[in-house]
Design a protein around this ligand. Sequence first.
Ligand SMILES: NC(=O)c1ccc[n+]([C@@H]2O[C@H](COP(=O)([O-])OP(=O)(O)OC[C@H]3O[C@@H](n4cnc5c(N)ncnc54)[C@H](OP(=O)(O)O)[C@@H]3O)[C@@H](O)[C@H]2O)c1
Length: 196
Amino acid sequence: MTNILILGANGSIARAAIDLFLKETDALLTLYLRNPSKLQNFSSDRVRIIKGDVLDSEKLKEAMSGQDVVYANLAGSLEQMARNIVDAMNIIGVKRLIWISSMGIYDEVPGQRYHTMLDPYRNSAEIIEASDLNYTILRPGWFTNKDEIDYEITQKGEPFKGHDISRKSLAHLIVKLAVTDGLEVRHSIGVSNPNI
Ligand SMILES: NC(=O)c1ccc[n+]([C@@H]2O[C@H](COP(=O)([O-])OP(=O)(O)OC[C@H]3O[C@@H](n4cnc5c(N)ncnc54)[C@H](OP(=O)(O)O)[C@@H]3O)[C@@H](O)[C@H]2O)c1
């Protein structure tokens, strides 16, 4: 069974992914978040909850112990969070990281330049890419609540295709990445539905 640590577990994509992990895998989930009272009640014995801030390095290292995969679904001080996560993973010896970023960090979206708005995303991705971790950085387009799983992946260096992506598609991809050895390892992937 895969042990998965979900950082920022109350984020909109994390919530969709947690439901899918519970439905479609036998993974053991550790949900790490600042305000557990915001979470829905999980009846599953495969869910453990830790109240913590990713900026708290000691607590983060404790939560990493025994994990196979770290899935970071964060917003805010992303550079500092990326540093703390990479350091904690190196110290505890966890290799696999799934990191949610954004389209546009390499100016790869045709006709779009997002500049400073994306600096925390760009800089945090650089920190992760410079690490020795088995990371996958996801660069999704704008989220929708469409009830569909339909997406295409573009690799770093390729132009981004499309614009939008359903939360359901992202959750599907995250679960697949977390439970499939070697999938998209050390890749930074654009994710969108090229038809919308
Ligand atoms: N919306 C879009 O169309 C779009 C498109 C591309 C990329 N993105 C980016 O994709 C990422 C994931 O999106 P999302 O909608 O799932 O994000 P979200 O709902 O904003 O969730 C982000 C989570 O990060 C947590 N967080 C922030 N600082 C933290 C800290 N120091 N320690 C622990 N947790 C912390 C927040 O926790 P609290 O509940 O405690 O605040 C929140 O639950 C975000 O960075 C978002 O900007 C969004």
